[in-house]
Design a protein around this ligand. Structure first.
Ligand SMILES: Nc1ncnc2c1ncn2[C@@H]1O[C@H](COP(=O)(O)OP(=O)(O)OP(=O)(O)O)[C@@H](O)[C@H]1O
Ligand SMILES: [Mg+2]
Length: 539
């Protein structure tokens, strides 16, 4: 069967629009599958973490397509917000397999930072045809970017407007064409319009039509948009001579954007074989290269950068890579992490602090140590690890479950970073547990009690989580459940309150994210905020 979107249309930019749950991601996956099977170069920017299923068979039980995943729950190579350029270097290389860049575990700010580096480098480095899919494209190229996103928006605009000659064929996917930048909307040679109800968004589609196609036909298409079924849409490619209302065929890989049934979590795709170690090695090389290429920094900048690295990145980066190591992807990633950290440290000519020295036999060369007291000062402990300890010390003698502890320490308790810190704290005799509950040891209270900050109020913890689970709808979703607490809410009510479709990919992803952090409780089809978010510290 010939696909409703002709091959010719795929060598140009494509715009896929439709309201939440209309089938945009699903349709785009169908296109990506086809390009990958044809041996084309494909890279998917996946802000919601809904693309990993490409790597599984339709029923999720066997291998799918050989796709490399950067970041996210199913990632082969963990990524951080400062690795955008390095990842772009790999993606632009002729030898890179089709890839997904899963940004779903980053905050809005981190995502922007990663993408700014990525977009600028991939534009410079890419020369061969590359099909770039940008899901939720309005996140990156909004009509009115916030001040911290203008550079990113400019870089993305450049890829779309000037990138054709450098090989870019961009498929932009958005549920809000009205907030996607007009400049890039009009660059699409093919429009795929799925169900779309809001007048504003249909007007934006009209903007495209006016630029490239016939007005009378445009009216016909626009008036039909609100009534379309899921998976049904108009394909319009004036250059290829196509204007059809079609139903998109089923995809052949696992439908990982389908809303998980209540109580069931996302099924992990089975991995097809990819030489991950080789990729990680390359990331290592490029990481170093990038660091070395940076222009010389002033002393003040170096100090700031070092503080930043120590506080936020070094420790977590290393454990993230160790996760990769532990899941059996070879020790290249652990080594890569060591090297990136060592390079950053060399750049700033600072000694390695004790807190980020490895305990597992991969200790970096010891730099000369300044004279110091025999017990490491509390401030030397990495940010996240110190926060975990502070939570227990400041609430001593309370005992907390792992989820409660993670919530209060603002770390995902199922993540590898949390696990690494936990084993270090236990190894140092600072934390004790009975298998279920965790508390600060007497030694921890003696050493750190005086410096431990006052525990944060439950309201502050709630605000933090609402802010970090994601910009926009994910935060609104948690906020709505918090407002309703201790009441329960039906999924459909929650979806309506947050302007999402209860069966769409976005809603499912956000719920999984909340679930993964134990921020919600579920009972049949009912949901409510976790009681852990309401745990006040003792006065
Ligand atoms: N052509 C199709 N055939 C069969 N099922 C489909 C089709 N299109 C979409 N679906 C179903 O609808 C679900 C939701 O589609 P999808 O995730 O693509 O929506 P979306 O438009 O990307 O929504 P969101 O804006 O929330 O991300 C899919 O997981 C799939 O189960
Ligand atoms: Mg989607």
């Amino acid at each position: 069967m010939t696909h409703p979107i002709p091959d010719a249309a795929l060598s140009q930019h494509v715009l896929i629009v439709g309201m939440t749950g209309a089938g945009k991601t699903y349709t785009a996956k169908g296109l990506a599958e086809r390009l990958i099977r044809d041996g084309r170069r494909v890279c998917v920017i996946d802000p919601l973490g809904v693309w990993a299923g490409l790597r599984s068979s339709t029923d999720g039980s066997g291998p799918g397509l050989p796709v490399l995943i950067f970041g996210g729950e199913h990632g082969d190579v963990p990524i951080r917000d400062d690795m955008g350029r390095a990842v772009a270097g790999i993606v632009a290389d002729a030898s890179c397999p089709p890839s997904i860049i899963d940004l779903s575990e980053m905050s809005g700010g981190e995502m922007k930072r990663f993408m700014t580096g990525f977009a600028s480098e991939v534009y410079k480095a890419n020369r061969l045809p590359l099909h770039l899919f940008v899901d939720e494209a309005d996140e990156f190229i909004p009509q009115q970017p916030m001040p911290d996103a203008t550079v990113l928006s400019g870089e993305m605009d450049r890829i779309v407007r000037r990138g054709r000659a450098r090989g870019f064929r961009v498929t932009m996917i958005t549920q809000r064409p009205a907030v996607l930048h007009k400049n890039v909307v009009t660059q699409a040679a093919t429009l795929v319009a799925l169900r779309l109800v809001s007048k504003q968004d249909r007007d934006a589609v009209d903007g495209w039509i006016k630029g490239v196609a016939d007005a009378a036909e445009g009216k016909r298409v626009l008036s039909a948009l609100p009534g379309l079924d899921t998976g049904q849409g108009w394909v319009w490619s004036p250059q290829a001579g196509v204007l059809d209302l079609v139903t998109f065929p089923p995809i052949s890989t696992y439908d990982s954007s389908r809303t998980p049934e209540a109580g069931h979590d996302y099924r992990a795709p089975t991995l097809a074989s990819i030489d991950v170690a080789a990729i990680a090695e390359k990331l290592e090389a490029l990481g170093d290269h990038q660091q070395a290429e940076k222009p010389r920094k002033s002393k003040a900048d170096q100090d700031r950068m070092l503080a930043d690295l120590q506080a936020r990145h070094a420790e977590e980066l290393k454990s993230a890579f160790r996760d990769g190591y532990l899941t059996g992807h070879g020790d290249a990633m652990g080594a890569a992490a060591e090297q990136i950290i060592a390079a950053a440290r060399a750049l700033t000519k600072q000694p390695a602090p004790d807190a980020i020295r490895s305990t597992e036999g991969v200790t970096p060369p010891a730099p000369p140590q300044p004279a110091r007291q025999h017990r490491p000062a509390p401030a030397k402990m990495g940010g996240g690890q110190r926060r975990m300890l502070d939570v227990l010390v400041s609430r001593h003698p309370d005992r907390l479950t792992r989820a409660q502890w993670g919530t209060l320490a603002k770390l995902r308790h199922t993540g590898g970073t949390f696990g690494t810190y936990l084993s270090r704290l236990k190894g140092a005799g600072l934390v004790e547990d009975d298998g279920t509950l965790f508390w600060a040891s007497d030694e921890a209270v003696r050493q750190f009690g005086a410096d431990a900050p006052k525990p944060e109020s439950a309201a502050a913890i709630r605000e933090h989580w609402i802010a970090v689970v994601g910009s926009g709808a994910a935060g609104r979703l948690l906020a709505a459940l918090v407002d309703e607490f201790p009441g329960w809410m039906r999924r459909e009510t929650l979806a309506t309150l947050t302007d999402l479709s209860a069966t769409g990919g976005t809603f499912g992803t956000y719920l999984s994210r909340l679930r993964g952090n134990d921020l919600i409780e579920e009972d049949g089809g009912l949901l409510r905020a976790s009681a852990d978010l309401f745990m006040e510290p003792a006065p």
